[in-house]
Design a binder for this molecule. Sequence first.
Ligand code: AMP
Length: 187
Amino acid sequence: MILILLGPPGVGKGTQAAALAGATDSLTHLSTGEMLRDEVARGTELGMNAKAIIDRGDLVPDDIMVAMVAGRIDSRDPGETLMLDGFPRTLPQAQALAEKAPGGAIRLAVYFAAPDSVLTDRLLNRGRVDDTREIIEHRLALYRQTTEPLIAFYRDQGLLREIQADRPISSIQEEFADVVRSAFQNL
Ligand code: AMP
């Protein structure tokens, strides 16, 4: 089974995903941003190619991202649910995922929503290499243009649930756990 997390950079999806995965045995948190940063840290060829793209806030090409996630989907355990954080980010990625995981394997897409002003403040406080004001604005613009259409893509398939993420972390956490557990009754 697959659970997709959607939402702009800085909305707190990673934090929420880590908390829920930590509390749920059969749920694995898969952050493509973390996977890429790990490739960069290990100095792999993929990491070296991706570093400049990540540092300027652009998107790594779809074929690379699809291959990375497809490998992980293929190697998942039968009872394991993968929680995708940061993927898909483009319509071609979403279409490739739909082909890779057919027949209702994608159970739910949770969309975390928050206003831009909140996102920018959170990202500036986080202080990652790609979290300067200029690059944050670029990532948010790219998100609106390229990733936001996925909200309608999943809504049209009846898979979308929206959570207001401009609230105390503990309230979001509770709602997120409820939404996920009602869609995945085996968790
Ligand atoms: P994140 O940790 O999700 O904010 O991702 C950090 C960076 O990794 C992004 O700004 C992109 O450069 C890259 N990245 C992560 N996931 C993807 C993806 N699905 N498609 C393209 N680029 C990605």
